[in-house]
Design a binder for this molecule. Sequence first.
Ligand code: 9YW
Length: 443
Amino acid sequence: EGGAVLVPVSDVGLGDRAAEVLRRNDLGSMTAAAPRLYPHMWSWDSALIAVGLAQLSVPRAVTELRTLLRAQWSTGMIPHIVFSEGDGYFPGPERWGTQAAAAAPGSVRTSGICQPPVHAVAVRRIVDAGRRAGGAAREEAEAFVRDTFGAWLAWHRWLATARDPDRRGLVEIYHGWESGMDNSPRWDRPYAAVVPGAELPSFVRTDVDHVGDAGERPTDAEYGRYLWLVEQLRRVDYDDDAARDVVGFRVADVFTSAILAVASDELAVLGEELGAGTAGDVAELRELAARFRAGVLSTVSPSTGLARDLDRRSGEWIETETVAGFAPLLCGPDERQRELFWGERWCGHPALAHPLPPTVSPSDPGLQPRAYWRGPVWPIVSWLFGWAFERQGDHDGAGRLREASLRQLAAGDFGEYYEPFTGEPLGSLHQSWTAAVTLDWLA
Ligand code: 9YW
C-alpha cells in the first residue's frame, strides 16, 4: 500500500494501530478488504468492518453498509464483491460480466454470487454503538435501521427462497466463494466433480503476487474450477432459476444457514425495537430463524456431534471435521457442542499456540497449518463465535475467545489468518476485518 510505514507497535496501542489500518484501507465510502490483495469491497467483510467502524464513527459505519446496499440486486441478493476503481484483483468486473444480468444494479459493478449474511449482526452493533454515544449518532443509527430494514429483509427472503427452494432450512451455495471459506476441505468432494470445460477462457491469477508464499493460497487447479463455475453462471446471466440447473456445484452450506438463522433473529428484534417493518415482517423473520436453525440441527452427525454440509448434486453428506461443524453453536446454545469446542480435538488441543478454533481440527492429519481455509485460525471466525457466546449469555466462553484472540493479535500485523501452532500471521497483512474485530474486542 502507499503512504508511510505503520508506526511500530511499541509506540501506540493495538487499538490505534487497528484504527490506522481501517483509515488506510478507507476508499471514501467503502473500505478495501485488504490493501493490495483485495482492493474492493467484499460483502461479509464490509459487515465486520462496519462492526469495527462503529467503535470509531457511527456515521462512517453507516456509510459502509449504505454503499453495500447500493449494490444490492433487484432480487434481494447482496453481491459478494462491490468493485472499486482499484485494480490488481482477478477476477475483476469484466470477467464476471454481470452487466448482462437483469437483476444487477445499473450504476455499480459487482460480482454475481453472494457471501454469508452477517449484516444484521453489524446493524445491531451500529445501533448499540449509536446508543452509547447518544445524540446525533443515536439518531443516525436508528434512522439507518428504519431506512434499510426492507432491504435487509429482501436479502434474507432471497436466501430463503432462491437458495432454499425446498424449504429445508439450509442455504444452497453455487460456489465455494459463497461460503466465504473458499478452499475449505468441506468443498473438496463437490469440487472434484467440477471439470472445467475446454471453453474456459484463459486467465492469469494476481492473488499469488500479493502474498509471500503461494502455498498459503489456493492452487491453480482450484482456481480453474472457481472460474469455470463463474463461467457457467455468467452464461445464464446469473438468472436464479437457470443457475440452479446449470451450475456444477450445489451444496447446502450449514455455516451460512446458521448465520442466516441468527441474523434473522437479530433483524426481527431490531424491527420490533424500532418499529421498522410490519408485525408480519417480524413474524416472518422469526419463522426464518426457526426454520434455518432446525435445518442446521438436522445435519448433525450422531457419531461426531458436528454439523455437516450436504452435497445436493451427489446427495452425500460432507463429513470433514472443520470449524463449520459448530454451526449449531453459532445459532443457539448447545451443551454437547460447547464441550467439543473447548475439548482437545479443538480449542483445547495442546499443540495450539492459542486456544482458538482453527479452520480444521488439529486432530485431523489433513490439517494444513499455512493453507488458507485448510487449517489456519481466522480472527473473524473466532469473533463470530465470541459474539454468539455473548449473545447466549456465555460470558466466560466469550471472554476466553476475546483474551486468546487479543494475545494472538498483539503484534499488530492484523493478518488475514494465523498459523495455529506457531501463531504466525499469514496471507495478507493489515487485513481490514481483522483490524475491525480487534477494535470491537477492545471496546
Ligand atoms: C479471494 C476478502 C475475502 C473474504 C473471503 C476470503 C477471501 C477472496 O478474501 O476471498 O479472492 O480469494 O476467502 O472469505 O471475504 O477478505
